[in-house]
Every structure is written in structure tokens, then in C-alpha cells.
Design a protein around this ligand. Sequence first.
Ligand SMILES: *Cc1c(COP(=O)(O)O)cnc(C)c1O
Length: 386
Amino acid sequence: MFEERLLQLERQQLVRRLRVFNSEPGPLVTTEGRQVILMASNNYLGLATHPALKQAAIAATEKFGVGSGAARLVSGTLPPHEELESALARFKGTEAALVFSSGYLANIGLIPALIGSGGLILADRLCHASLIDGCRLSGAEFRVYRHRDVAHLQRLLSHRSSRRQTLIVTDGVFSMDGDVAPLPELLDLADRFDAWLLVDDAHGTGVMGANGRGTLEHFGIEERLPFHMGTLGKAIGTSGAYVAGPASLIRYLLNTARSFIYTTAPPPATAAASVAALDLLRTEPDRRARLWENRHHLHAGLMGLGYKTTDSQSPILPVLIGDPKKAVAMASRLMELGVYAPAIRPPTVPKETSRIRITVTSDHTQQQLNSVLAALKTTGHELALI
Ligand SMILES: *Cc1c(COP(=O)(O)O)cnc(C)c1O
């Protein structure tokens, strides 16, 4: 029965499989016996392999053990968790912060804690799947507005009954397109229509803004937004997620967010490494500078080759292909040429927008990026894409 269902996926070129990477996450990795340039990691600042993070993780493991042994509210809260939450609140300039085991868990806990049946959620059509799942779980009425379309959102807001509790949901940086939500305009609408705005800054944290505080810093609107969430598994280089906001919200969430309450606390090593990473955002700003230099170099190269991309304003640089078969062919040809950049297909992205999703990090060398561009030129000609 499952074979049958798998065959169906196979016919649509939609079967995925796991690939093992037998090395640190980039920029050079070994997979299936070959060394390739990794263009698929969200480890934007190279922090996942930073000696300071490894040291912090080892020290916390020596002191507190490998597992935290229980949920946070039972006996799983250890000093590294408290330190991380204070460090996050300082970093974000909020009263408090709450750490979840992953971004997925944060979103499916946070949204139902904010709003329930009777409420209305309006979400960007390209929101991350974890936000969509959180919206569905909440029991609120859930509608999508066209991607980054402020006028569409305004129409939806003006048609609802004004007494209805309303939550607007968006990514800060969109994970598959690399473009940025029009946050100042969304915030204006939220204020005008008395709605809340939830920003998921998974890909903005550590990357966007002069100090890496994220997409809110990028737009200069940190003071205007009382709370938001972000993750630790991308630029921060560890894993987990946070909600930063007023102390009352944080206390409310730790009493009501089911994905916080009913799950084992993150390992102390992960929390301690995250604290070290937040320090490095401040003490090693050159990492962010190199990331943006690399991003501009690769973006200019893609444009020069004549590739179609999105309105990306981040280190996520999608090469738009359209047909999933062609995207898969391109990814496997790139692999032969020593570049790993995966084909992203539906349901992760809308139909007809299959793509090669390229991400660049601070640790890529110019020489590596030039090899990537050369491989993209070869494959693009072979597949008649450019
Ligand atoms: C990656 C991502 C998540 C999920 O975070 P995890 O910590 O990997 O579970 C949530 N939202 C967005 C926008 C993401 O890109």
C-alpha cells in the first residue's frame, strides 16, 4: 500500500531521500564518496563549527550531562537554559525570552497560545510550514494573503468585523525565496486595524540588520513590535528557537504553550553553545561582513549569467527553473560538477516554481563561489536555461 503511494510520488518526480554528509557542515563536505562545495546550509556565519561553540557545548556536557532529563517545568531547567534566555532578551532588547526545542515547536505552540477559535489569522501565502501548522492547530479562521501583498491584506482586514481578534503572520526573510516581508507596512496595518503581527525571523536572526539582530533591526522597527520569534538552528549555528517579548507574554507562554510544556528540555550543551554564539555576533562582526560580501558576489554572478531569481535580499539565492524534472536534472548535474545545491519542489514551493535553492555563508571562499558560478554556467547551457 505504501509502495503504491510512493510510486505515485515517483511518477511526479516528487520522491525525496536522505543523503548523508560525512563531515562538518561546510563549505566543503563529503557525501557519497565525493567532496563537493555545500551551497545548501543555513549555517550562514559558520558558527556551527566554531571552536567557541564546541568548547561551550563540551563544558556544559561535562558539568550537566548530555540530556536534560525532563521537561523544562519539571526538572529540566538548567543554568544554561536560564543564561540563554537572559542573553536572548538582552540581545533582542526585550524584557524576557523563552526557548523552545525547535522553530517548528515554537510556532505550533506560540500561535495557539495567542489566538483560538473565534479569532482570525491572516498569513502570507509563502509562510513557513510550521507557521501554517500553528495556524491550523489554533482553531482560528485561517486565510492567506498574496505574497508580500499589503493591499490584499488591507482588503481582508477591512472586510472583517472589527471586534474580532486578529493575528497577521509572516516570515521576516522568506525561507524559500530569500525575499523580505514589508514589515513597516504590515505593522502600520496591524496598528490601524488593531491586530497583532507575528514575525518569524528564522532566517533573519544573526544575518539581517547592522548588528545581526534580525529583520526588525534591518527596518529599524524593533521598538514598535512587542514580540517576535526566531530560531537558533540557522545563523546561530545550534538548534532551538525563541520567543522574545514582554515578561507577561513569556510567563503566559510557559504556562500555556503545549509544545513548550510537553517536551523534554533542550540539551544543556545546545543552550550553552547558543549563548557562546550570541557573544560571537557581537565580538566577530567580520563574519557578517564576509557573508554579505559573498552574497553580493554570488548574486551578481547569477545575474551576469542571466538566471531568473526571486527578489531575494538575503543569502538565500533561488535559481528559478519551474519544471520539477528539470530542477532535479540540474541538481544532479551540479553534483557531478562538485556542487551540492538541492532542487526544491512542491509541496515545499508552489507548483511551477521548482528551483535550485542556493545559500551562501561567510566561510565560502571567492574561489569556491567562482567554481559554483562556472558549474551553473555549464549546467544552464546544457539544460537550455540560460
Ligand atoms: C527553519 C524554519 C523554521 C523551523 O525551525 P526549526 O528550528 O528548524 O524547527 C521555522 N520558520 C522558518 C521561517 C524557518 O525557516
